[in-house]
Each structure stands twice: as C-alpha cells, then as structure tokens.
Write a protein that binds this ligand. Structure first.
Ligand code: GLA
Length: 395
C-alpha cells in the first residue's frame, strides 16, 4: 500500500519538477523529497518538553537541485508558479514568503559552519497547505537534507530537524517545537515515532491499525490555519509563564512536562486564569499521551481513541486552538461511532485525525462529507493516511 502510493506520487510530481527544472536551468540536478506528518496524540507538548507520537505520511515536498557556480539561489515554486532569486547573506532575504523557508535553511546551515554555494531549484508538493500536516517542515527538511547530502556536511537527522526548527524561529516567526521537522526527517514506513522532546530520545513504534480492524483518516475542514503571528506563540508564552511561577517552589521544573497538576494548583493565584488553563491542558496532555502509548502497545485502540477525544476537548476548551468547523467535524465523528477523533497539529483550522473501526468507515466518510457541506457550503477533504518514510534522495 505504502509503496504503491509512493510510486503514484513519484510519477505525479517528479516529471513536472524535472521538466520545469530543465526548461529553466538546463541540465538536470538531483531530486530530494521530505514528507508531512500526522500525530496520533501529544499536541503542543513538544515545546513543553513532553512526548509526541507522529508518523511521516505519503504526502511530500519534492525538489530538484543543482549547484549553479554562483553565490545566488534561483528558486521556482511550481505550485505557485512564482520564482525568487536571493543571495546567501543575512541581508539577502527574499521577499516571497515561501522562499524564506529555503533561505532560512541555508542561513541556519551557514551558522553551523557550512559553506553553502548558490544553486538552482524547482519544487512542488502535495502536502495540503495550512492543514496542520506540516507542509513547511517538509519544505525545510527537503532542503536541509539535500544540502547536507550534496555538500557532504555530515549533520545527523536530528541536527537537520533543528535547522528546520531554527528556520521557523528566526526566519518565519513561529516559535514551534521540534515535532514536525523531527517527523519529516526521521519517518519510517509502517511506524510511528515516540519522541521525548526533552531528551531527544525516540523509539519507532510499529503501527498497523488495519491489522486490528481500524483505519486512520484525516478530515480537512479546509479552514486554513496560519501559525505566523498567530496565537501559537502566545500559547507557548503562557506555558513558559506557568513554568516560571511553579519554579519558585519547585526549581527543578524546566518544562511543564516536569510539573505535577498539584504544583500548578499551588500557583493558581499567581498567574492569570488564561495561563492557568493553558498549562492545565499541557500537563494533562503529557499524561494522556503516555496512557495512549501504553494502550497502543496492547493494541487497545478503543482506549487510544478515548484519549484522542480527551485531547480534542482539551484543545478546544482549555487551550482554545480549535475552531467551529473542527468542533463540528469532531461531533459528527462521535455521532458516527468513530473510535477516536481530534484536531491535529497546531490547530486554528486544518484537519481532524480519526481512528475508525473498518465497519464504520464508509458511513462516517459519507455522513461527514454530507453534513459538512450542508452546514458550511464547502467540501471537506478526506485524506487517508499512509505512514511512509522520511527525508530521502529520489534520484
Ligand atoms: C505545530 C508546531 C509543532 C507542534 C504542533 C502542536 O505543528 O510546528 O512544533 O507544537 O503545532 O503539537
């Protein structure tokens, strides 16, 4: 299944990437690809030092790249039909939003001592934008992985993931955690990854829901989320303020992951109510993930699903990163007897992730499509999940 879908993807995208590349720049270069991701549970836990449980998917950003003998990058986005040209020094930042990701990756590699040379590139992708599937991490990971490989820079996958994360922080303005870039770089077909975001340690967790009678599917509300200048950074700041308050009595607490709920209760009068409920969600989510992982080890998908519903409520009511459309889709899932359903990724729009018993799948898809259309007069997008490999060279 994974292989078939990957081949389809390859045929779909590589040909037009190469055709455009040779049309614009002449002789062909090398082709690299990196995927978007899902996350079963553990949302907004990464920057709180907690755990996450992502898997890479079969939707990728793919780029053709060749050094051009200059100190300039010439880039072309096939999906946007737009070009950008920029240098590699700090003052050379491009004005096109999408090109800032490529520029940022180059700059972060330079900061790590790499001698980045000018290159030509075309790229395209099928990771839906603003859907909470990490299209930006896929873009960053593609270029970080490619430049590392082509210039034999010798950075490991985790270092490349951190280059992508630093790009978000320093060139995009999103103070994200490490989950997305980590998953895009480390993905493995048929496996989730349980990452401890505090220590960087992770394990691959075999994931074959179909074997146990379940399917995983995303429902994209097509409400675009935009994390830049969004309340995402504010959520992070709330959590950091809660940590500071807890540290007064418990200096060993570095992240909310280290805090007990009772310790948060101790500071109830010292932080705002808003910061309190944000921290309450984060501490609860760290625990929910661990419970879900334990259940997954026993192939107890019903318990995993119950935890996912718990996450949705937390993200909607306490963390306030859901939206009306996501809540609606979550309610429809519940009504259709879906095992687990919740808003996925940063929130503020995008997808829900759903674990559905195979015999309830067709009905759920039919009902959610119909009811969503009736209510919002737009189509939701159904995205079946295929857990696939991470960043790699194609040719
Ligand atoms: C975004 C960020 C991640 C993570 C998720 C929420 O995808 O990029 O680092 O915080 O939101 O879990």
């Amino acid at each position: 299944m994974a292989v078939k879908s990957y081949l389809k993807y390859k045929i779909m995208n590589c040909d037009n990437i190469r055709a455009k590349f040779t049309e614009l720049y002449g002789e062909a270069g090398s082709v690299y690809t990196s995927p978007g991701r899902i996350n079963i549970i553990g949302e907004h836990t990464d920057y709180n030092g907690g755990f996450v449980l992502p898997g890479a998917v079969d939707k990728c950003i793919t780029a053709e790249i060749k050094f051009n003998g200059t100190d300039k990058v010439r880039a072309f986005s096939i999906d946007l039909n737009e070009s950008s040209e920029f240098g590699l020094n700090e003052e050379d930042a491009p004005k096109e939003g999408w090109a800032k990701y490529i520029f940022g990756v180059c700059r972060e590699l330079v900061k790590k001592g790499a001698n980045i040379k000018g290159f030509d590139t075309t790229f395209a992708g099928d990771v839906p934008l603003g859907a909470g599937m990490s299209s930006s991490a896929a873009l960053e990971s593609t270029y970080a992985f490619a430049l590392n490989d082509m210039l034999s820079l010798g950075f490991g996958l985790m270092e490349l993931a951190k280059v992508g994360q630093a790009t978000e922080h320093n060139y995009v303005g999103v103070k994200c955690g490490i989950m997305d870039q980590f998953a895009s770089c480390h993905g493995k077909a048929g496996h989730l990854m349980r990452l401890d975001c505090k220590t960087g340690e992770f394990v691959y967790v075999p994931f074959d829901p179909e074997k146990h009678g379940y399917k995983v599917v995303l429902v994209n509300t097509c409400v675009k989320h935009e994390l830049v200048d969004s309340p995402y950074n504010k959520r992070r700041e709330s959590c950091e303020r809660a940590v500071k308050a807890i540290q007064v009595k418990h200096p060993e607490v570095e992240f909310l992951r280290d805090a007990k709920m009772e310790w948060l209760e101790e500071v109830i009068g010292c932080i705002t109510q808003e910061d309190y409920i944000r921290a309450e969600y984060a501490i609860g989510e760290v625990k929910r993930l661990l419970d879900a992982c334990e259940a997954l080890e026993k192939n107890d998908y019903e318990t995993v699903g119950a935890k996912m519903y718990g996450t949705h409520i937390g993200m909607s009511v306490l963390y306030d990163v859901s939206c009306e459309e996501l809540d609606f889709v979550n309610e429809v899932a519940k009504k259709c007897g879906v095992t687990g359903s919740r808003v996925m990724g940063g929130g503020f729009g995008g997808c829900t992730i759903n674990i559905v018993a195979a015999d309830k799948y067709d009905n759920f898809i039919k009902v959610v499509q119909e009811e969503y259309k009736n209510k919002y007069s737009i189509d939701c997008e159904i995205i079946p999940v295929v857990i696939s490999d991470g960043a790699r060279k194609i040719c």
